[in-house]
Write a protein that binds this ligand. Structure first.
Ligand SMILES: CC(C)(COP(=O)(O)OP(=O)(O)OC[C@H]1O[C@@H](n2cnc3c(N)ncnc32)[C@H](O)[C@@H]1OP(=O)(O)O)[C@@H](O)C(=O)NCCC(=O)NCCS
Length: 143
């Protein structure tokens, strides 16, 4: 598996990958992703296996931490370690910037506590009614 930085031309592919998330049309539309890449607000990376796109994530940085997400792996490529490799890759990006913390919002409905915890992330907060009536976890890892 290799990882490739996404460009504005990848926006339709990224929209498609993130379409499994909650109300993607509000959060991860092609237009929004293209704008985030263009403005440098967020970076996106695609995971490729034999030149086929199997997953992707977004990441943004401030002075003290890296904010991870969204993350999605194509259904047929799950449970093979792709998501964990993308987490490790994102952690390396944060370390490379001298940051000692990476974190993400994760809606309760995603039910991915095991995935983050098995990769050394800890549940930091549980926020009720975070957005659109949805509860949300904050998972984080000290780097
Ligand atoms: C969450 C998600 C990104 C995980 O991606 P993934 O590629 O399946 O992740 P991994 O393969 O690294 O790990 C998933 C599970 O497969 C298991 N696994 C990893 N490699 C495996 C292998 N070779 N054989 C069997 N199981 C394996 C892991 O132990 C892990 O188990 P766990 O969930 O109980 O911890 C993916 O399920 C997804 O895209 N979900 C929909 C979108 C979503 O919820 N995104 C999260 C937003 S916060």
């Amino acid at each position: 598996m290799r990882t490739q930085r996404g460009t504005t031309t990848d926006a339709p592919t990224l929209e498609q990958l993130f379409s499994v998330l909650y109300k993607p049309e509000l959060k991860w539309s092609e237009e929004k992703i293209r704008e985030e890449i263009k403005s440098g607000e967020k970076d996106y990376y695609l995971a490729l296996d034999n030149n086929e796109i199997v997953g992707a994530f977004g990441i943004s940085f401030d002075d003290s931490s890296a904010k991870f997400g969204p993350l999605a792996v194509k259904d047929k490529n799950r449970k093979r370690g792709v998501g964990s490799k993308l987490l490790s890759f994102a952690e390396e990006l944060a370390r490379g910037r001298g940051l000692s913390r990476i974190w993400c919002y994760s809606l309760e409905r995603y039910n991915v506590a095991n995935f983050y915890q098995n990769n050394g992330w800890v549940e930091e907060r549980f926020i009720q009614d975070f957005w659109d009536g949805q509860n949300c976890f904050v998972y984080a890892k000290k780097l």
